[in-house]
Design a protein around this ligand. Structure first.
Ligand code: NAG
Ligand code: NAG
Ligand code: NAG
Ligand code: NAG
Length: 498
């Protein structure tokens, strides 16, 4: 190995210049510059017309350069990125594919989405997989690689290489390699909305962190967690595949494939570009609080759905996901987006998490509280009440201190550019209800109707702002059904109690 100190000493001594030499050098340079300037001035006066012409060409070129520099997003420069430009690489295993593919089948679009699930072997019934299932490929043998994490599984090596094996298929017109697990559910329109913010010809590594701080501390805050899914631009994938196999051996002690990829990204010098819609879902228990307080970003993915309770009460996991997807499809950009409004006639607060749930508070709650997630879940590794990478607030034991909750029921209409959706009151399994008289009018509301214009995906490339809402049937008939209209906020409009 070269001694770096010795090397730099050698470098310094080789460029040492004597003061006399420096003076001679400066004199010669000045003379040369003076001569050049005189000659060019002479030509400038003689051929002044041409000279002006030249200058204007140069400034035109500059303008053009500026134009290109401002228009850096891939949408403007190369046309919008659509699903045909995305190659999915799903990590799976032959043994579990027949169960896990149910998650992939929720979002996979045969003959539209491109990509493969990468398995270690032929899955049972491989010839008869339904056409709605992503096609499979069998990964290359990885026994030559090192894996030394005693509590992990060697399959991490195979998973880490999916991006490389996908790249090496050499398929046409791929702009992004999107990696995910066999239990990752992608929301495709929103994935495209996010990818269209970035230029695939630059090196981008887009994804999200774990929700559990303990995970981010052990693994990394700078890593895109594999289950939440992450996107590697073509330009970055081209560099990554050159160095990946080496990284896999160098980071043999790392537990997960995403960590091995991250090791490589650190070597290339590419940080993760965090997008808040990728959800690793490193939580336990009931994901309600997490989903009901989604950040102001499009919902891109959900993961670990086998490890949390079904997202809608009283349904299976897959059925409840289907229900969420039905809502999502009505207005993808708006899915899970928050809006808060006050009914000042009745002193109530209404918090809409569009497509999923509504909370009705029989008092005026601050926006600050309303946007904070209810702590209905625990941390991934230690099953504790946190900390998470976002704030939470406790769920009160006393039902009178909790909002009345509603879940997505159905879309009453939603084929034009507006939707009218309905949320039905949820009675908790425990059956415990608030029996206080002042609570009764709120618990008497059985449905919340929400109308809104479909949210234009273009808002996601602008400064984020939560939309406003207003209660539109404050009068009679509002006992059982409260109607809310979501709309963009007016200038200077805020969610402020009087
Ligand atoms: C970017 O390009 C589009 C057309 O390709 C053009 O309409 C738009 O004005 C450009 N934007 C800027 C800021 O130059
Ligand atoms: C996707 O974009 C390409 C151009 O890059 C275009 O040829 C193709 O028709 C588009 N596909 C869809 C489904 O819009
Ligand atoms: C996909 O395309 C193939 C060939 O074009 C066709 O045979 C098949 O029926 C299509 N599958 C679906 C689910 O549309
Ligand atoms: C709403 O709250 C305000 C302030 O606490 C109170 O003055 C008003 O009477 C309340 N209105 C109703 C309808 O309860």
């Amino acid at each position: 190995m070269l001694d770096p100190l010795k090397t730099s000493k050698f470098f310094v001594s080789s460029v040492t210049i004597k003061p006399v030499d420096l003076l001679v050098f400066l004199f010669k340079t000045t003379l040369a510059i003076f001569t050049l300037v005189s000659i060019s001035l002479f030509f400038h006066f003689v051929f002044s017309n041409q000279s002006i012409c030249l200058t204007s060409t140069i400034s035109n070129n500059n303008q053009q350069q500026k134009f290109i520099a401002v228009n850096t997003s891939s949408a403007q420069a190369y046309g919008r990125t659509n699903l045909s430009h995305v190659l999915f690489g799903i990590g799976g295993s032959a043994k579990t594919w027949n169960e896990r593919r149910l998650y992939s089948q929720l979002w996979w679009r045969p003959n539209v989405t491109r990509g493969f699930v990468w398995l270690d072997d032929k899955p049972p019934g491989g010839e008869n997989l339904p056409p709605t299932s992503p096609p499979y490929k069998i990964s290359e043998d990885t026994s030559r690689f090192k894996y030394t994490c005693w509590y992990g599984s060697r399959s991490a090596v195979r998973m880490a290489r999916i991006v490389k094996e996908s790249f090496e298929l050499g398929l046409d017109n791929v702009r992004w390699f999107v990696m995910g697990d066999d239990d990752t559910v992608f929301f495709l329109e929103n994935l495209l909305t996010v990818l269209n913010k970035y230029d695939h010809n630059q090196m981008y590594y887009v994804g999200g962190n774990s929700e559990s701080v303990e995970q981010d501390v052990i693994h990394s805050y700078n890593m895109a967690y594999g289950g939440g899914g992450f996107a590697v631009s073509y330009a970055l994938a081209a560099e990554l595949v050159k160095t990946l196999d080496g990284c896999i051996d160098r980071y043999a002690s790392f537990y997960g494939s995403d960590q091995k990829i991250h090791g490589c990204m650190s070597e290339i010098g590419i940080p993760v570009t965090k997008e808040l819609g990728f959800h690793q879902v490193d939580i336990r228990g009931n994901p309600y609080g997490l989903l009901a307080a989604h950040p102001l970003a499009p919902l891109v993915s959900l993961h670990h759905l086998d490890y949390v309770q079904p997202i809608f009460p009283g349904m299976t996991r897959i059925e409840s996901l289907k229900k969420l997807i039905t809502a999502y499809e009505k207005d993808p950009s708006r899915a899970l987006q928050h809006s808060f409004c006050y009914d000042l006639k009745r002193n109530r607060s209404i918090s809409v998490s569009w497509g999923y749930t509504v909370q009705l508070y029989p008092y005026l709650e601050t926006a600050k509280k309303l946007e904070t997630a209810f702590s209905t879940f625990q941390s991934w590794r230690t099953w504790k009440n946190g900390p998470f990478t976002f704030n939470t607030r406790p769920v009160e034991k006393d039902p009178c201190e909790r909002p009345v909750t509603y879940f997505w029921d159905r879309a009453e209409s939603g084929n034009g550019d507006r939707t009218l959706t309905r949320y039905a009151r949820h009675v908790e399994e425990s059956g415990k209800e608030c029996e206080r008289l002042d609570h009764a009018p709120a618990t008497g509301v059985k449905f919340i109707g929400v109308s809104s214009a479909k949210l234009n995906p273009a808002v996601w490339s602008m400064a984020p702002r939560r939309q406003c809402c207003e209660v539109i049937n404050g009068g009679e008939g509002a006992d059982h059904l409260v109607q809310v209209k979501i709309r963009g906020c007016h200038r200077f409009e805020t969610v402020t109690p009087p």
